[in-house]
Write a protein that binds this ligand. Structure first.
Ligand code: GLU
Length: 269
């Protein structure tokens, strides 16, 4: 009896022990340094340059949010986190926060706590110039890109039940290579991603958006304190004009209609 009670007290102490280190358990709200998961080959969002420096809208939003959490740029480390590894990277503590065109979905909410969204993108489709694809329904019988771990192909094949042929690729940069090489007929994904590629590599965005992609900040499942702190930072980012400035900086020339009011938050769960 006595031993049981002691064990219970010991267990309670462990649960209450403050976290140290940058990727142990504990809230991201209390860190001195942070590891941030971003994309590496999505221009305008998350791209790693030849010098190893990451740039893009997601990177700038991450720097702003981390700053509001009390962690300066000099104490941030960025880590390439492709679509296929996002949930596992958070669960393993390889990254503390993810800013990587990461749509909040019911399926992912089971494994991840999401702050935000910090932006709502819309899925659209990029084709080679002259292609006769004008709407998502025209993807029937066409080869589309399936980035492993990404949700975009599901939006077409599962949600819309359009009988396209998904062809797997590791990243959206690889999809663009496959489209250029004729191994694909279309790349259907978030308009921000497509706009970033189209600016440098050409291709035609058909301008037939058909979803809301709520870009969330991924946190380890259960870090509600961190999630609330990130939401406060995101609210501030819109109120102080930073969101509008960053959207204009990265996508001002894209022709996309950019929304500069704070999105409706999902709530931290
Ligand atoms: N936003 C979509 C998703 O989270 C597509 C982009 C991506 O995979 O990063 O699945």
């Amino acid at each position: 009896m006595r031993a049981t009670r002691l064990a219970a007290v010991a267990a309670g102490t462990l649960l209450l022990a403050p976290a140290c280190g940058s990727s142990g358990p504990g809230s991201v709200a209390d860190r001195k340094s942070l590891v941030i998961g971003v994309k590496a080959d999505q221009p305008g969002l998350g791209r790693r340059g030849p010098d190893g420096v990451y740039t893009g809208f997601d990177v700038d939003v991450a720097v702003y949010v981390a700053g509001r959490l009390g962690v300066p740029r000099s104490r941030l480390r960025f880590r390439t986190t492709n679509s296929s590894v996002r949930e596992a990277a958070l669960a393993a503590g390889d990254v503390d926060l993810i800013f990587a065109t990461y749509s909040i979905t019911a399926r992912r909410k089971k494994a991840v706590t999401f702050a935000g969204p910090y932006y709502v993108a819309h899925q659209d489709t990029l084709v080679r110039p002259g292609a006769a694809i004008r709407d998502v329904r025209d993807l029937k019988g066409k080869r589309i890109c399936e980035v492993t771990g990404s949700n975009s192909w599901r939006r077409v094949v599962e949600e819309r039940e359009i009988a396209a042929t998904p062809v797997t690729a590791p990243t959206y940069g690889a999809c663009m290579d496959d489209l250029a090489a004729g191994r694909l007929d279309a790349v259907s994904t978030d308009d921000l991603i497509l706009a970033g590629f189209a600016a440098g590599r050409g291709g035609k965005i058909i301008n037939a958006p058909f979803t809301d992609e709520k870009y969330g900040v991924g946190l380890r499942k259960g870090d509600l304190e961190g999630c609330e702190a990130v939401n406060r930072a995101l609210t501030r980012m819109y109120q102080d004009g930073t969101a509008g400035r960053l959207l204009d900086k990265w996508f001002g020339d894209s022709g996309l209609k950019l929304t500069t009011s704070v999105p409706q938050f999902e709530g931290c769960t």
